[in-house]
Write a protein of this length. Structure first.
Length: 57
């Protein structure tokens, strides 16, 4: 029972301390970082494939 009460207290404190805007802002920042990483990885793969095809000639 104590752990349930502790979880409720922590949940209520985090909901009061974090406004919805800051929570959404951090989610979008993380998503933007992952998106940039994926774009760079795809570009690197494309450059690698092009270099392999042009190296055979």
């Amino acid at each position: 029972m104590k752990s349930v009460i502790n979880k409720l207290i922590v949940l209520s404190l985090t909901s009061l301390l974090f406004t919805s805007c800051s929570a959404i802002e951090s989610i979008f920042k993380a998503g933007m970082g992952v998106g940039i990483f994926i774009v760079i990885a795809i570009l690197a793969i494309i450059v690698y494939i092009i270099s392999k095809f042009s190296g055979k000639k």
